[in-house]
Design a protein around this ligand. Sequence first.
Ligand code: GDP
Length: 305
Amino acid sequence: MTHTEILEKLSDAVKKGFGLDESVLESLEEALLEADVGAETAALLTDAVRKRAGSGERADLASLREMLVAEVEGILARAPRTAPSSEVPLEVVFLVGVNGSGKTTTAAKLAAREVEAGRTVLLAAADTFRAGAIEQLEIWAARLGVPVVRHKEGADPSAVLFDALAAARSRGVRKLLVDTAGRLHTKKNLMEELAKMRRIAGREVPGAPHQVLLVLDATTGMNGLAQARRFVEGAGATGVVLTKLDGSARGGIVLAIYRELALPVVFVGVGESADDLVPFDPADYARALLEEEVGEAAPESTAPA
Ligand code: GDP
């Protein structure tokens, strides 16, 4: 369900009901659930609207929308903001998440942003497990003209990181982007491996890793979110890159991330090319989630089949 559909559904409900009655509130909660905002968030938003309605407000669609936008903005404002680390001489950024979420691609996209801004960057191919991950990163690196530190497939990811940190320092690059594994070849726990990598980074570069970006595939919806929680607890994620929002994904997942992971969305992936990565803007998002010309969309949905 897209944001337009949320509004269409609400518009229908508002027309059939009398102002803001229970049937409208039910439709609202349903629409929010279908948009993947998550059960807790859907209930919270609906309750907030119910409270306002209880205080005698007779809402039409426009005021309902305004109430929701205000509540959504409230949710987005509560997550901690990632501290700008442009002041450090070498910024170390880890990309973590399950296989297929888009870590390698996102590492390349982030590198492209640095190149674009005229800053120096180094890639570390520390996903030594997934077949082809190292080559994939090398192809991106060659295309972008960015150096990459790699070992053989199956090598110790911490050893790759160690070498990459040394290379980054000796070359004096501004940013080190570390692609990590979504799964390990050994029985060793992935979270333990990531914890070890964080310790190594911190020992070699003060304050590192400065960011641990959890890469999350938007199309996996609430299931993906449950998996993601492990990376928040185990890998110390500081922010989210939400990938594949160009597909059929529902934008509501952003709210679920803020509410249920308490992490800010930093970037959004909107395609497979190097420039398909955009900074996330909470204010724009809150408006866009519930803004469309409903008045024009409505006749279609009320027309006889
Ligand atoms: P990894 O296993 O986490 O490193 O995932 P990859 O970086 O290999 O990405 C898995 C697949 O998702 C690849 O085919 C990517 O091209 C694709 N992908 C990554 N980000 C996006 C995105 O924002 N939009 C779309 N449409 N595809 C993406």
